[in-house]
Design a protein around this ligand. Sequence first.
Ligand code: ARG
Length: 468
Amino acid sequence: MTLWHGRFESSMASSLWHLSESYPFDHVLYHHDIAGSRAHVQGLVQAGLLSVDEEQVLLEALGEVESEFDRGVFVRSGADEDIHMAIERRVTELAGATGAKLHTARSRNDQVATTLRLYVRDALVDVAGRVLALAETLFAIGESDPDRYLPGYTHLQRAQPVLLAHHLGAHAWALTRDIDRLLDTRRRLNVSPLGAGAVAGTSLPIDPGTTAALMGFDRAFANSMDAVSDRDFVAETLFDIALLGVHLSRMGEELVLWTSAEFGFATLGDAFTTGSSMLPQKKNSDVAELARGKTGRLIGNLTSLLVVLKGLPLAYNRDLQEDKEPLFDSLRNVVLVLDALRGTYESMTFNGDVAARAADDPYLAAIDIAERLVQTGVPFREAHELVGTAVGSSIRTGRPFRDVVAETPALAAFVDVFAPRETLQSRRSRGASGPVAWPNQAETWHRVAADLHRRLRELGADRTEPSA
Ligand code: ARG
């Protein structure tokens, strides 16, 4: 029997039932739905719609239902269409007649919006904590041996030598912006829709501000129709995760390249690689490939929700139920990738000799020679041409670039740029990759990371424990 059987003469067709039930995926919301109901009950008492005794009975029943879920013994009944109806049905079984008052001045429309905001609010902070852990791992790897270097690439062509710390740091900085975005989304979503009812509010004397405060929201909605139909916060979350996924995917692609025999810059730990069912010699970077591959669905989930939302008339429409599976899928998968990728980096051996050999390619010092010329007063375009001519002659004749430079009168004074690490050493501009500029970046990083930790701590979540 459904909660609305009063108006209907026949029961729901089974094909509609299977289409419409959301319990199989929305039962994960139980904890947050019960938190919302607790606040709602207290709000009803304040409004004079429930007695203190009834409050007691309902809060006890809600506690019992939560415990049944926690212990994995909650039994769904045949008519429980979604998590909200399952909980209300069970509360009514436990609380008897009082249970029938739980849904006073509430619709599933404001209820589901409230529950989902509470759920996403926690999830955003959880994801942000994991992103920070990954970013800090990247930075720590760089700082653990700050002398290591590799070629920096543009167009995947060797361009200039860069420090490994600087290279990994580039990913870490992108991740700090992802964290910032997640926390920003949290701030904007922290508005309570509870009390909006089905669409237009209620004639009963509830105060949405009271329940908003009880649930830790910054304030209550201003417009009931907006409150029940707004899923901006889900779309923003899916965007934040999709962009985070794009960053993780680029990192994954890079690990695939680095661990190939062609690059040979890195080796991953056995625990984070897989073998081949056929080829005995294979050691595959599957984590990195899945970091890249999973991003397809993260982007797809965002697209899927935006398409659901784009044609909806105000206010609640059942289409909105389609917000949940993309959301849960993105949250689950990005967490899987974040944790596995962190472990993968921790297991990584950076093959510094191989990378340094690639970075010591003399052509990568060409710009440094040009810049030395500039320091002697030669206009940059002229310097570029002089060095370019030397590069061209080296390539055409097959003579080492270093020899050509040494034999070119205008350039011979600068052969010291070919000394190992010299180009890194002489690069001093702010934010540049080299040991002189590095301490400034590291100091800024530690300040930003400490600030992110503080923000996460204030939100009750700071995840610093190492990955398993
Ligand atoms: N499971 C539904 C959802 O996810 C709950 C709201 C149902 N409301 C309604 N009027 N049918 O949106």
